[in-house]
Design a binder for this molecule. Structure first.
Ligand SMILES: NC(=O)c1ccc[n+]([C@@H]2O[C@H](COP(=O)([O-])OP(=O)(O)OC[C@H]3O[C@@H](n4cnc5c(N)ncnc54)[C@H](OP(=O)(O)O)[C@@H]3O)[C@@H](O)[C@H]2O)c1
Length: 338
């Protein structure tokens, strides 16, 4: 494995760099910041860029990549670029044209990975209002398979799917391609232990977003939730290993075979985060985080939206210290040797 980029093999034989650069930013931040940050990221050594139609920065990401190709820093084939199908384009006849629209914005012939962004569908009604819709996920997946066959997406996968929804695709009669990954919220406070085991058993890579505790966007994140990078255990580990809490939080994911995304618009943070794999972390202490702090999600909150058929999350139980203790130890032994 390349020590800087740590590629992980996907179930279709292609490889994904273990660390990806996240490009979501709140709408009030100018889009030009994304171009700037993405160029810095490529110069710093990132080769995996995570984007989506919904982030509305595909043009800026494409511009940054093309400028780094033009100045000889990289070739197109060195970059692993992801985009995602938004919920309003789930109807099978809209899937390929939606990807083509993204490709036009990037000025790319293909994306390396195309994901179904969420397992629930939406549509715009006659009054211009966006409402929930129902589209059969298996039909969406068949349309994704056609995008791969057309060469527009080298690999295809899903995001924010729970186990049942993954099984629905895996058990689909006539399945041509398995999803290569499931991109979900995953961090030390919500480590997706069961979903990770399931994904591993099916040779599906788990890709973690929110690994640094998210951008804490007021629109989505409860501002009274704890700030992940201020966690005292993470801080103590960082001190011990002479690394930042961010590097410990990222290393934690790589050690357990998770591909991890890290977002920042700040040059120092972008450059710092790519140092991730340099030092191992005492895994057992990290598992203690689960016990000490806030077992919960930031971006995938559990309002029980029962009216949405494919709403993927359910309320988390607030697990007690004693219930979690044996799990923490068995998990730490499982990954200690990696
Ligand atoms: N599939 C999905 O539904 C989905 C959902 C959410 C995100 N994503 C993807 O995942 C990416 C990452 O998730 P995210 O954007 O939620 O956030 P994240 O990577 O968990 O956290 C980003 C924030 O962490 C802070 N940070 C970054 N590096 C740091 C460092 N070295 N030291 C201290 N603080 C640091 C920055 O805050 P400051 O700027 O304040 O320093 C930054 O805004 C997104 O950009 C997007 O590409 C996907």
């Amino acid at each position: 494995m390349n020590s800087r980029l740590q590629y992980v093999e996907l179930n279709d034989g292609r490889f994904i760099p273990g660390l990806g650069f996240g490009t979501y930013k709140p709408p009030e931040v100018p889009n030009s910041k994304t171009t700037e940050a993405t160029k810095i990221a490529i110069e710093a050594g990132y080769r995996h860029i995570d984007c989506a139609y919904a982030y509305q920065v595909e043009e800026e990401v494409g511009l940054a990549v093309r400028s780094k190709i033009a100045d000889g820093t990289v070739k197109r084939e060195d970059i692993f670029c992801t985009s995602k199908l938004w919920c309003t384009f789930h109807r099978p006849e809209l899937v390929q044209s939606s990807l083509e629209r993204s490709l036009k914005k990037f000025h790319f012939d293909y994306v390396d990975l195309y994901l179904i962004h969420y397992p629930f569908s939406m549509k715009v009604n006659e009054n211009g209002k966006t409402i929930y819709d129902h589209v059969d996920l298996c039909a969406v997946w068949e349309a994704m398979e056609k995008c791969k066959d057309a060469g527009l997406a080298k690999s295809i996968g899903v995001s924010n799917f729970n186990r049942r929804q993954l099984e629905m695709i895996l058990n689909k009669p006539g399945l041509k391609y398995k999803p290569v990954c499931n991109q979900v919220e995953c961090h030390v406070y919500h480590n997706q232990r069961k979903l990770l085991d399931f994904c591993k058993s099916k040779n599906i890579v788990l890709v973690a977003y929110g690994a640094l505790g998210t951008q804490r966007d007021k629109q989505w994140v409860d501002q009274s939730s704890p700030v992940l990078l201020d966690d005292p255990v993470l801080g103590a580990l960082a001190k011990k290993h002479k690394r930042s809490p961010a590097l410990i939080a990222l290393r934690y994911q790589l050690q357990r075979g998770v591909v991890v995304l890290a977002q920042s618009l700040k040059e120092n943070e972008i450059k710092e985060n790519i140092q991730v794999e340099r030092r191992a972390v005492g895994m057992w202490v990290l598992y203690m985080l689960l016990l000490s702090s806030y077992p919960g999600t930031f971006l995938s909150p559990p309002p029980q939206k029962k009216e949405i058929k494919e709403y993927p999350w359910k309320l988390l139980n607030h697990l007690t210290y004693f219930k979690m203790l044996p799990i923490a130890f068995s998990e730490s032994f499982k990954y200690m040797t990696l």
